[in-house]
Design a protein around this ligand. Structure first.
Ligand code: ATP
Length: 242
């Protein structure tokens, strides 16, 4: 069976995440997509991130009606570990664990948006990660998929002549390189991001269907993403999906 891991901060999960997963599932015949919120996203160690438990709860709520999408605890905090010694959630470690549990006929994909893929060369053990599973790189407004090849770590990057050919062929098929395959998902154009949602909530704006209604309700109940000033003013009541 084809399975994709879809890792992220999901702070909060939004319509863009779900639409991308649906498009990938349809195009690559994915039986399951596992949404994996990271406890400590390695690229956000210096940025305040909402507690894992809130982010996981919102992922679970958003996926309630999606039978093939699984909210995953693979990168949940270890309840027995000293919270001051938490480790960043490295994708390669998650992928290794998942692969060890899969059967011979299972095929593992790693679903990622182009904004994240453009930094892949800086990821921990990027070469091994790329070798361990096929990547599906999704388009994202503001980021071009033609830059996929040039985003690879230098050692894995194809010769400029190959990259040029790839650009000319307008991303028709996968980019197959020795030891790795990169699939493209140019179909999605959801102009939504979690940072845009956090900023909107902080200024007291409505979410206008950027997140599923159940997630909007949760954000409202838990008073997430609001500055103390906004909380006092009762802005929470504007966050509904309608
Ligand atoms: P932030 O704005 O805080 O950086 P985000 O919206 O990018 O957050 P993440 O949780 O960081 O959300 O993203 C998880 C994964 O989903 C990443 O691979 C990211 O590229 C992808 N992704 C998020 N939003 C979209 C979108 N609208 N279209 C395509 N891919 C997306």
């Amino acid at each position: 069976m084809n399975i994709a891991l879809f890792g992220g901060t999901f702070d909060p999960i939004h319509r863009g995440h779900v639409v991308v997963a649906r498009a990938a599932a349809a195009k690559f015949k994915l039986k399951q997509v596992w949404f994996v919120p990271a406890d400590l996203p390695p690229h956000k160690l210096k940025t305040p991130v909402t507690s894992f438990y809130h982010r996981y709860a919102m992922v679970a709520l958003a996926l309630a009606g999606e039978k093939d999408f699984v909210p995953s605890l693979l990168e949940a905090p270890d309840p027995d570990a000293d919270s001051r010694k938490r480790k960043p959630s490295y994708s390669i470690e998650t992928v290794r664990r998942v692969k060890a549990s899969l059967g011979k006929s299972d095929h593992l994909y790693f679903l990622i948006g182009m904004d994240a893929f453009k930094d892949i060369a800086k990821w921990y053990k990027a070469g091994e990660l790329l070798a361990q599973c096929d990547f599906i790189v999704a388009a994202r407004p503001g980021y071009s998929l033609v830059d996929v090849a040039s985003s690879l770590p230098e050692k894995l990057r194809p010769a400029p002549a190959v990259t040029k050919l790839f650009r000319k062929e307008k991303l028709a098929g996968p980019l197959v390189l020795p030891g790795e395959t990169l699939h493209m998902l140019p179909e999605t154009h959801e102009n939504v991001s979690a940072s845009q949602i956090r900023a909107a909530l902080d200024r007291g704006a409505a979410l206008k269907r950027l997140v599923p209604d159940s997630v909007a309700e949760y954000i409202q109940k838990e008073q997430l993403y609001r500055s103390p000033k906004a909380r006092k003013g009762g802005i929470a009541s504007q966050s509904g999906g309608s």
